[in-house]
Design a protein around this ligand. Structure first.
Ligand code: SF4
Length: 207
């Protein structure tokens, strides 16, 4: 299995899609290799492109406030995006760009093996559940390809639409209970196959 450092090194020289042409810095992601929670946003913005770090602008500041509501901080979680280079003018990443970059995301998930993957926003959600609408599945954990997904709106959505702020705050406060439920299942299950025994697509019980 690759280390995060190895994946970061490969991302830093990647030219596998046109986004490589306009980037200043790649933004592979950051956080501990043993994080229980992995947050996946959409794409780096201009601040991220300058600093090489994910979620450092206004949305990042709000994300830190959200994490605090769940009694978490940035150092507890791994944060990344569906693509590791900035689309110019903050346009949406194209399907082919997401497809080209998917290998890194999959390897990051494998390296970290998080208990929960939190998708932030539509682009992240549809990377795992192509036919789902975020308004219908938000805050409903479910198993997809061996991963426990917890879909949420993107923090930036609350910056543009104040009415979503409370929704996002309520959703992230459900994370500690979900983690507790997963840990409890893992402790009771025989070694090796904890929550992976859940049926694909099955919604977990706690919410
Ligand atoms: S977005 Fe991903 S695939 Fe495209 S150049 Fe950057 S690292 Fe490579």
């Amino acid at each position: 299995m690759d280390s995060l450092a190895q994946i970061d090194r490969e991302v830093s020289v990647c030219t596998d899609c046109p986004l490589s042409r306009d980037r200043n810095r790649t933004v592979p992601g950051e956080g501990p290799e043993n994080a229980e929670i992995m947050l996946i946003g959409e794409a780096p913005g201009s601040n991220e492109d300058k600093e090489g770090r994910p979620f450092v602008g206004a949305a990042g500041h709000f994300l830190e406030q959200l994490l605090a509501l769940a009694k978490l901080s940035r150092k507890d979680v791994y944060i990344t995006n569906t693509v590791k280079c900035r689309p110019l003018n903050n346009r949406d990443p194209l399907p082919e760009e997401k497809a080209a970059c998917r290998k890194y995301l999959d390897r990051q998930i494998e390296a970290i093996s998080p208990k929960v993957v939190v998708t932030l926003g539509r682009h992240s959600l549809t990377s795992f559940l192509p036919n789902e609408a975020i308004s219908k599945v938000r805050a409903r954990p479910r198993r997809v390809n061996g991963i426990t997904l917890f879909p949420m709106y993107h923090p930036a959505a609350a910056l543009y639409q104040q009415s979503l702020r409370k929704v996002i705050e309520e959703d992230i406060m459900k994370l500690p209970a979900l983690l507790k439920e997963i840990s409890s299942v893992q402790e009771q299950a025989p070694p090796v196959q904890p929550v992976r025994k859940a049926t694909e697509g099955e919604q977990l019980s706690m919410i």
